[in-house]
Ligand binder design. Structure first.
Ligand code: NAD
Length: 356
């Protein structure tokens, strides 16, 4: 029996997770999957109930689960709290406690949604990129960090950008392994013309590249990578980069596809245990209205089945069901256009479950 922990979180989180669970129930019945489901508090919901964005009970359950499915955390209600007590801290704590160092973000443009992109269809059609972002190191976690007062009385903010060889090596391997199962190309993104930490990054990527002679390795400065992503995104297969560059580039890649409501993500440890979540946030502006797009969460469930539960065929079936409902013309408001059928969050979940 595989153990799944569900973390609905805040804003639209509970609404979209409920639809993914509908789909899970359907595939459990259809394919006789042995999966137990438990639920825990994270983020703002956990702050309201316990004062802590990552309560000990949630962390205990997360430690013993085989995979985690999350909605999203955060919202204006908790924005006034100091950084260490905010909902996002719960998510960052979970990622580092579980050692989820590899963030996989596919950016796929569904042909049915080609017109949703702000880029010309000929630039983005058939887009299929996988961004592999290092998630537990780099400048987001480097010490020392803080805001200090200098001798002259002026305040100064500072952070530390560090990567050890082993950290670079393990994320590099994830990228090369992924490329092996996809288009056979890795683009490593750095800023080695300015930052020593990424000089080391480039050196280690070259080393790993020698272990994978069939994979084509290219290096690109992050500023050029940002430009190429909007100029000619189809040149990329797998992109691998550090935490901060990956944060920015993956959002840019997300927008190439036209809807943030369609994009799943996985954060994996070294043993394929993972936290799966949509790329988008808690969308407080539309929470509680039944209009949020649940497809990113449903596709996150598909990734979970593929990577953590080794159920690639079931994952394929879910992805095909999503494609089928798009073919049928069903759209939530964020991806709707004239002539198509606008449906609610719940109706979209029902339709995907029915298409399994
Ligand atoms: P957001 O992704 O929540 O929303 C951006 C825009 O996209 C909004 O207009 C929203 O309505 C829309 N949107 C997002 N998801 C959608 C969906 N499934 N269907 C339809 N429309 C959707 O980003 P934001 O507004 O910058 O952040 C809101 C809150 O979410 C903040 O508190 C932020 O910290 C948090 N956040 C959490 C995560 C996470 O949990 N991993 C990620 C990003 C932001």
């Amino acid at each position: 029996m595989k153990k799944l922990l569900v973390l609905p979180g805040d804003g639209i989180g509970p609404e979209i997770v409920a639809e993914a669970l509908k789909v899970l129930d359907k595939v459990k019945d259809t394919f006789n999957l042995a999966v137990s489901v438990d639920e825990a508090l994270l983020g703002g919901a956990a702050i309201d109930a316990t004062g802590n964005p990552l309560p000990a009970e949630t962390l205990d359950k997360a430690m013993s689960a085989d995979a985690l499915l999350m909605g999203a955390v955060g919202g204006p209600k908790w924005d006034h709290l100091e950084t260490s007590k905010r909902p996002e801290k719960g998510l960052l704590g979970l990622r580092s406690s579980l050692n989820l160092f590899a963030n996989l973000r596919p950016a796929i443009l569904y042909p049915q949604l080609a017109s949703a992109s702000t880029l010309k269809p000929e630039v983005v059609s058939d887009l299929d990129i996988l961004i592999v972002r290092e998630l537990t190191g780099g400048i987001y976690f480097g010490e020392p960090r803080g805001i200090r007062t200098l001798d002259n009385g002026e305040r100064q903010g500072y952070n530390t950008y560090v990567y050890s060889e082993s950290e670079i090596r393990r994320i590099g391997r994830v990228a090369f392994e992924a490329a092996r199962k996809r288009g056979g190309r890795v683009c490593s993104v750095d800023k080695s013309n300015v930052l020593e930490v990424t000089v080391l990054w480039r050196e280690i990527m070259e080393e790993i590249g020698k272990e994978y002679p069939k994979i084509e390795l290219e290096h690109m400065y992050v500023d050029n990578a940002a430009m190429q992503l909007v100029r000619a995104p189809r040149q990329f297969d797998v992109m691998v980069t550090g935490n901060m560059f990956g944060d920015i580039l993956s959002d840019c890649a997300a927008m190439l596809t036209g809807s943030i409501g369609m994009l799943p993500s996985a954060s994996l440890d070294a043993h394929n245990k993972g936290l799966y979540e949509p790329v988008h946030g808690s969308a407080p502006d539309i929470a509680g209205q039944g209009v949020a797009n649940p497809l990113a969460t449903i596709l996150s469930l598909a990734m979970l089945l593929r990577y953590s539960f080794a159920e690639a065929e079931v994952a394929d079936v879910i992805e095909q069901a999503v494609s089928k409902v798009l073919d049928e013309g069903l759209r939530t408001a964020d991806i709707w256009s004239e002539g198509l059928q606008k449906v609610s969050t719940q109706a979209m979940g029902d339709a995907v479950a029915a298409a399994i």
